[in-house]
Design a protein around this ligand. Sequence first.
Ligand code: KIV
Length: 292
Amino acid sequence: MSTVPTISTGAVTRKKMTTLGFRQKKERGEPITMLTAYDYPTALAIDNAGIDSILVGDSLGMVVLGYENTLPVTMEEMLHHSRAVSRGAKHALLVGDMPFMSYQVSVEDATRNAGRFLQQGGMDAVKLEGGRERVDAIRAITGSGIPVMGHLGLTPQSVHQLGGFRAQGKTASAAKRLVEDALLLEEAGCFSIVLESVPARLAELISQKLSIPTIGIGAGTGCDGQVLVTHDLLGLFDRFTPKFVKKYANFHAEMNKAFSDYIEDVETKRFPAQEHSVEMDDKEWESLVKGL
Ligand code: KIV
């Protein structure tokens, strides 16, 4: 008998996705789907659409909180948004992104903060950035029973060290280092690895070498799954759209139009109309007027 919880939503019964489910999808050659979410309504919509996994990414800092990069994001901010997402998504595997300086200082800090994502944030797993230098932290976190997703290639928390948001692994020696890092992360216990902005054939090679699934973002078609920042996919982030994003909507323009229409309606007294107003019974009205 399966021990994986099933969740009934009306007519459809869907299994809760697990890290084991991730591995099985790779084995069956089925692409894994993942998107970011930071709030309840978006998580609900993504989950209802049938996604495998939701990442509460620290991209939150840029696309929701308006910071220049992901570095200012705190544990408290991540937990606040993780809780909202966990209230909306009941089927997807929920992954909380460990923010800058929540896992780099010590293995103890890393383990304690990873635990907070599960205890206080309602997450099922955590993600952290980096290669060989993170092996000790990953061993300690997975040793506590917390699933860890790795993140290699363009690791935005190292933006200053990398010299900007730029593709990684483009030379033979940098690519070799990435292959080695991926193998080390698998050995340390990661259940999956995000590969961001690396050449497509390198991502494919890494995906073939690993038995855990790779999730690509700007890494071509050879990964075992794909992730995008939802605000990029929806056209909600106004500042820039990375080259690898496919925009499925233009919500920023839609929002602008809706807000301008509202302002115009109020200014021209087209809103509120009769149907938006509360009526008062004639008798009650007359009695009020007489009594004044
Ligand atoms: O923070 C994030 O959204 C991410 C994805 C880009 C993988 O790390």
